[in-house]
Design a protein around this ligand. Structure first.
Ligand SMILES: [Zn+2]
Length: 264
């Protein structure tokens, strides 16, 4: 299982003193996410502030604490930007053993830190980016640092609420629908199997695509596709038939699964 998190700025882009790829620094088998905060950190107002916070933390963790690097894997700012720190490697940010399995959390938890702290508000953009990173990490266990280490307030009450409500599981908003064909588009009559090469109807594929886009635009996407968006693949398969019938039922049309000039 390859896990890849999409981030905005890599180590070399935010001025990190260390640079190395995912999975090569030290062995790491991830089994959960731990959310952290910066304690009293003012989140600042944008990328420059956030990069400065990271460089400051890294200085502190390396020069004062004697650690090998900044002690988190990824960071999220109120700007909504995400930063790769150690990446997918052991972090050292989370001491303690959450489930008493004999493996300390700094060896099996991915630590994501919010670049803010007490008395500062978490932006919607930061929540959104955190949710996306959690989903991309493919982890189902998400905890706050205080659940491992009792004596810390980290990551603050707001993140604990977010964790308790499992807000990251709320699906990402679907992509905006593709606008239907414009102009005086006259739909020819198409039905099940239209667009299938084996049936000699290949020439109908652009029309099927137009029909599928129209269905998706009206909220009746082909539910058989993996992501529940209309396949728009030019094949009038069973999913498209179902979507067409649902649309026809909702519009009071004859429910025959056939798209034609009167359908829209
Ligand atoms: Zn923490």
């Amino acid at each position: 299982m390859v896990i890849e998190l999409v981030y905005d700025l890599d180590q070399w882009q935010w001025g990190s003193r260390t640079k190395y790829p995912d999975g090569t620094k030290r062995p790491f088998k991830m089994d959960k996410i731990v959310i952290h905060w910066g304690g009293y950190t003012n989140p600042g107002t944008g990328q420059e502030d956030e990069m400065a916070i990271l460089r400051g933390w890294q200085r502190y963790h390396i020069d004062s604490k004697g650690w090998t690097d900044i002690a988190y894997n990824f960071a999220v700012g109120n700007s909504g930007l995400s930063y790769r720190l150690r990446g997918i490697n052991r972090s050292g940010a989370t001491s303690g053993d959450y489930e008493n399995d004999g493996i300390r959390e700094n060896n099996e938890a991915l630590a994501i830190v919010w670049l803010g702290g007490l008395n500062h508000e978490i932006s919607d953009a930061a929540y959104g980016t955190m949710s996306r990173l959690i989903r991309e990490s493919q982890q189902t266990v998400v905890i706050g640092h205080r659940e491992v280490k009792g004596a810390t307030q980290c990551p603050g009450d707001d993140w604990m609420t977010y964790i308790g409500e499992e807000r990251w599981t709320i699906a990402a908003p679907p992509p905006p629908p593709i606008p239907p064909p414009t102009g005086d588009h006259q739909m020819i009559t198409i039905k099940h199997y239209a667009g299938y090469e084996s049936k000699g109807l290949k020439h109908q594929r652009p029309t099927v695509v137009a029909g599928q886009r129209m269905l998706a635009y009206h909220g009746f996407a082909d539910q058989k596709t993996v992501d529940s968006t209309c396949a728009s693949d030019g094949w009038y398969g069973p999913g498209t038939v179902e979507a067409t019938k649902d649309y026809q039922q909702a519009r009071g049309l004859v429910i025959d699964g056939t798209i034609g000039p009167v359908t829209w």
